[in-house]
Ligand binder design. Structure first.
Ligand code: AP5
Length: 191
Protein backbone atom coordinates (compact mmCIF):
# COMPACT_ATOMS: atom_id res chain seq x y z
CA UNK A 1 0.00 0.00 0.00
CA UNK A 2 1.18 3.49 -0.84
CA UNK A 3 -0.27 6.07 1.54
CA UNK A 4 0.38 9.77 1.16
CA UNK A 5 -0.21 12.63 3.54
CA UNK A 6 -0.38 15.62 1.19
CA UNK A 7 0.26 18.93 2.94
CA UNK A 8 0.80 22.51 1.95
CA UNK A 9 -0.62 25.99 2.34
CA UNK A 10 -3.94 27.03 0.79
CA UNK A 11 -3.38 27.19 -2.97
CA UNK A 12 -0.20 25.10 -2.86
CA UNK A 13 -1.72 22.57 -5.30
CA UNK A 14 -2.88 19.74 -3.02
CA UNK A 15 -6.09 19.14 -4.96
CA UNK A 16 -4.39 19.52 -8.36
CA UNK A 17 -1.55 17.11 -7.55
CA UNK A 18 -3.97 14.64 -5.92
CA UNK A 19 -5.66 14.34 -9.31
CA UNK A 20 -2.39 13.48 -11.05
CA UNK A 21 -1.35 11.01 -8.33
CA UNK A 22 -4.73 9.27 -8.34
CA UNK A 23 -4.63 8.86 -12.09
CA UNK A 24 -1.11 7.44 -12.26
CA UNK A 25 -1.00 5.32 -9.08
CA UNK A 26 -4.67 4.32 -8.68
CA UNK A 27 -4.89 5.61 -5.12
CA UNK A 28 -8.05 6.72 -3.34
CA UNK A 29 -8.30 10.42 -2.57
CA UNK A 30 -9.78 11.98 0.55
CA UNK A 31 -9.95 15.78 0.57
CA UNK A 32 -11.10 16.91 4.01
CA UNK A 33 -12.03 20.29 2.50
CA UNK A 34 -14.38 18.53 0.03
CA UNK A 35 -15.94 16.44 2.82
CA UNK A 36 -16.62 19.60 4.84
CA UNK A 37 -18.03 21.48 1.84
CA UNK A 38 -20.36 18.51 1.14
CA UNK A 39 -21.62 18.74 4.73
CA UNK A 40 -22.26 22.48 4.25
CA UNK A 41 -24.10 21.80 0.96
CA UNK A 42 -26.36 19.27 2.74
CA UNK A 43 -27.81 22.17 4.75
CA UNK A 44 -27.45 20.27 8.07
CA UNK A 45 -27.05 22.00 11.44
CA UNK A 46 -23.49 20.65 11.54
CA UNK A 47 -22.91 22.08 8.06
CA UNK A 48 -24.00 25.53 9.28
CA UNK A 49 -21.43 25.41 12.10
CA UNK A 50 -18.72 24.26 9.69
CA UNK A 51 -19.66 27.02 7.22
CA UNK A 52 -19.19 29.68 9.90
CA UNK A 53 -15.63 28.43 10.49
CA UNK A 54 -14.53 27.78 6.90
CA UNK A 55 -15.91 30.99 5.43
CA UNK A 56 -13.80 32.92 7.96
CA UNK A 57 -10.73 30.86 7.08
CA UNK A 58 -10.55 29.07 10.45
CA UNK A 59 -9.92 25.39 11.06
CA UNK A 60 -12.65 22.97 12.08
CA UNK A 61 -12.03 21.44 15.57
CA UNK A 62 -9.65 18.48 15.73
CA UNK A 63 -12.27 16.16 17.34
CA UNK A 64 -14.61 16.61 14.39
CA UNK A 65 -11.86 15.92 11.86
CA UNK A 66 -10.76 12.79 13.74
CA UNK A 67 -14.19 11.24 13.13
CA UNK A 68 -13.97 11.96 9.39
CA UNK A 69 -10.56 10.27 9.09
CA UNK A 70 -11.41 7.31 11.30
CA UNK A 71 -14.58 6.58 9.27
CA UNK A 72 -12.64 6.84 6.05
CA UNK A 73 -9.74 4.58 7.05
CA UNK A 74 -12.04 2.00 8.65
CA UNK A 75 -14.09 1.69 5.47
CA UNK A 76 -11.21 1.30 3.01
CA UNK A 77 -11.60 -1.77 0.78
CA UNK A 78 -9.18 -4.60 1.56
CA UNK A 79 -7.67 -4.43 -1.95
CA UNK A 80 -7.02 -0.68 -1.81
CA UNK A 81 -3.72 0.37 -3.41
CA UNK A 82 -3.47 3.20 -0.90
CA UNK A 83 -4.79 6.62 -0.07
CA UNK A 84 -3.99 10.29 -0.42
CA UNK A 85 -4.99 12.31 2.62
CA UNK A 86 -5.32 15.79 1.13
CA UNK A 87 -5.54 18.44 3.83
CA UNK A 88 -5.22 16.20 6.89
CA UNK A 89 -3.50 16.66 9.29
CA UNK A 90 -3.42 20.43 9.79
CA UNK A 91 -2.33 20.59 13.41
CA UNK A 92 0.30 18.73 15.43
CA UNK A 93 -2.52 17.21 17.47
CA UNK A 94 -4.13 15.87 14.25
CA UNK A 95 -0.72 14.50 13.18
CA UNK A 96 -0.36 12.65 16.50
CA UNK A 97 -3.87 11.20 16.22
CA UNK A 98 -3.19 10.13 12.63
CA UNK A 99 -0.01 8.31 13.65
CA UNK A 100 -2.06 6.28 16.15
CA UNK A 101 -4.85 5.62 13.66
CA UNK A 102 -2.43 4.46 10.97
CA UNK A 103 -0.84 2.10 13.50
CA UNK A 104 -4.28 0.72 14.36
CA UNK A 105 -4.89 -0.12 10.68
CA UNK A 106 -1.28 -1.33 10.19
CA UNK A 107 -0.59 1.36 7.62
CA UNK A 108 2.29 3.72 7.13
CA UNK A 109 2.50 6.88 5.07
CA UNK A 110 4.90 9.38 3.60
CA UNK A 111 4.32 13.09 4.05
CA UNK A 112 4.66 15.23 0.93
CA UNK A 113 4.86 18.93 1.72
CA UNK A 114 4.15 21.33 -1.18
CA UNK A 115 6.19 24.47 -0.54
CA UNK A 116 5.05 27.59 -2.41
CA UNK A 117 5.93 31.29 -2.04
CA UNK A 118 3.24 33.36 -0.40
CA UNK A 119 2.73 35.83 -3.27
CA UNK A 120 2.13 32.93 -5.63
CA UNK A 121 -0.41 31.36 -3.25
CA UNK A 122 -2.34 34.61 -3.12
CA UNK A 123 -2.25 35.05 -6.91
CA UNK A 124 -3.50 31.51 -7.52
CA UNK A 125 -6.34 31.78 -5.03
CA UNK A 126 -7.47 35.22 -6.20
CA UNK A 127 -7.52 33.86 -9.74
CA UNK A 128 -9.47 30.76 -8.69
CA UNK A 129 -11.85 32.94 -6.64
CA UNK A 130 -13.11 34.53 -9.88
CA UNK A 131 -14.78 31.22 -10.78
CA UNK A 132 -14.73 28.89 -7.74
CA UNK A 133 -17.68 30.32 -5.81
CA UNK A 134 -15.78 29.40 -2.61
CA UNK A 135 -16.63 31.71 0.27
CA UNK A 136 -13.00 31.59 1.46
CA UNK A 137 -11.41 32.64 -1.87
CA UNK A 138 -11.31 36.40 -1.23
CA UNK A 139 -8.25 38.44 -0.32
CA UNK A 140 -9.00 38.99 3.41
CA UNK A 141 -9.90 35.36 4.03
CA UNK A 142 -6.99 34.11 1.92
CA UNK A 143 -4.59 36.16 4.06
CA UNK A 144 -6.19 34.75 7.23
CA UNK A 145 -6.02 31.17 5.88
CA UNK A 146 -2.31 31.64 5.17
CA UNK A 147 -1.75 33.03 8.68
CA UNK A 148 -3.61 30.03 10.17
CA UNK A 149 -1.43 27.77 8.03
CA UNK A 150 1.78 29.37 9.40
CA UNK A 151 0.59 29.22 13.02
CA UNK A 152 -1.14 25.86 13.15
CA UNK A 153 -0.17 23.71 10.18
CA UNK A 154 3.45 24.53 9.36
CA UNK A 155 4.73 22.97 12.63
CA UNK A 156 3.68 19.53 11.41
CA UNK A 157 6.63 19.62 8.99
CA UNK A 158 8.96 19.30 11.98
CA UNK A 159 6.80 16.51 13.41
CA UNK A 160 7.21 14.45 10.21
CA UNK A 161 10.87 15.38 9.87
CA UNK A 162 11.42 13.80 13.30
CA UNK A 163 9.41 10.76 12.24
CA UNK A 164 11.63 10.29 9.16
CA UNK A 165 8.93 10.38 6.51
CA UNK A 166 9.08 14.05 5.45
CA UNK A 167 9.38 14.76 1.70
CA UNK A 168 9.47 18.46 0.72
CA UNK A 169 8.53 19.42 -2.85
CA UNK A 170 9.10 22.78 -4.52
CA UNK A 171 5.56 23.70 -5.54
CA UNK A 172 6.44 27.01 -7.22
CA UNK A 173 6.79 25.42 -10.67
CA UNK A 174 4.28 24.49 -13.35
CA UNK A 175 1.89 21.70 -12.35
CA UNK A 176 3.62 19.10 -14.55
CA UNK A 177 7.03 19.94 -13.06
CA UNK A 178 5.69 19.69 -9.53
CA UNK A 179 4.22 16.30 -10.39
CA UNK A 180 7.59 15.14 -11.77
CA UNK A 181 9.14 15.77 -8.34
CA UNK A 182 6.31 13.86 -6.66
CA UNK A 183 6.67 10.96 -9.11
CA UNK A 184 10.37 10.69 -8.26
CA UNK A 185 9.57 10.44 -4.55
CA UNK A 186 6.76 7.92 -5.02
CA UNK A 187 8.69 5.75 -7.49
CA UNK A 188 11.70 5.55 -5.19
CA UNK A 189 9.38 4.70 -2.30
CA UNK A 190 7.68 1.91 -4.28
CA UNK A 191 11.10 0.40 -5.16
P1 AP5 B 1 -9.31 22.85 1.64
O1 AP5 B 1 -10.40 22.67 0.69
O2 AP5 B 1 -8.35 21.76 1.84
O3 AP5 B 1 -8.59 24.22 1.25
P2 AP5 B 1 -7.08 24.73 1.36
O4 AP5 B 1 -6.17 23.95 2.23
O5 AP5 B 1 -7.23 26.16 1.67
O6 AP5 B 1 -6.53 24.42 -0.05
P3 AP5 B 1 -7.10 24.84 -1.44
O7 AP5 B 1 -8.17 23.89 -1.88
O8 AP5 B 1 -7.46 26.27 -1.47
O9 AP5 B 1 -5.80 24.70 -2.31
P4 AP5 B 1 -4.97 23.43 -2.76
O10 AP5 B 1 -3.70 23.34 -2.01
O11 AP5 B 1 -5.83 22.19 -2.83
O12 AP5 B 1 -4.62 23.91 -4.22
P5 AP5 B 1 -5.40 23.63 -5.58
O13 AP5 B 1 -4.86 22.42 -6.22
O14 AP5 B 1 -6.87 23.74 -5.37
O15 AP5 B 1 -9.88 23.24 3.09
C1 AP5 B 1 -10.84 24.28 3.21
C2 AP5 B 1 -11.11 24.55 4.67
O16 AP5 B 1 -11.65 23.37 5.29
C3 AP5 B 1 -9.91 24.92 5.53
O17 AP5 B 1 -9.59 26.28 5.44
C4 AP5 B 1 -10.44 24.56 6.92
O18 AP5 B 1 -11.34 25.54 7.37
C5 AP5 B 1 -11.24 23.29 6.64
N1 AP5 B 1 -10.41 22.07 6.82
C6 AP5 B 1 -10.01 21.22 5.84
N2 AP5 B 1 -9.26 20.24 6.36
C7 AP5 B 1 -9.17 20.47 7.69
C8 AP5 B 1 -8.52 19.83 8.77
N3 AP5 B 1 -7.76 18.73 8.57
N4 AP5 B 1 -8.65 20.36 10.00
C9 AP5 B 1 -9.40 21.46 10.22
N5 AP5 B 1 -10.06 22.12 9.26
C10 AP5 B 1 -9.93 21.64 7.99
O19 AP5 B 1 -4.88 24.88 -6.44
C11 AP5 B 1 -5.31 26.18 -6.16
C12 AP5 B 1 -5.35 26.96 -7.50
O20 AP5 B 1 -4.02 27.07 -8.00
C13 AP5 B 1 -6.16 26.26 -8.58
O21 AP5 B 1 -6.82 27.22 -9.34
C14 AP5 B 1 -5.11 25.52 -9.42
O22 AP5 B 1 -5.51 25.36 -10.74
C15 AP5 B 1 -3.91 26.44 -9.27
N6 AP5 B 1 -2.64 25.72 -9.28
C16 AP5 B 1 -2.34 24.60 -8.58
N7 AP5 B 1 -1.06 24.25 -8.77
C17 AP5 B 1 -0.54 25.18 -9.61
C18 AP5 B 1 0.76 25.35 -10.19
N8 AP5 B 1 1.77 24.50 -9.94
N9 AP5 B 1 0.95 26.42 -11.00
C19 AP5 B 1 -0.06 27.29 -11.27
N10 AP5 B 1 -1.32 27.17 -10.76
C20 AP5 B 1 -1.55 26.12 -9.93
Amino acid sequence: MLNIILCGAPGSGKGTQSGFITEKYGLQHLSTGDVLRAEIASGSELGKKIDALISQGNLVPDEMMYGVIENYLSSLPKDSKGVILDGYPRTVSQAESLTELLKKYQMDAIMIDLLVDEQLLIQRLIERGKVSGRADDNLNTIRHRIAVYHNQTEPIALYYLHHGNYCPVNGNHAVEDVFLQIERILDSHIK
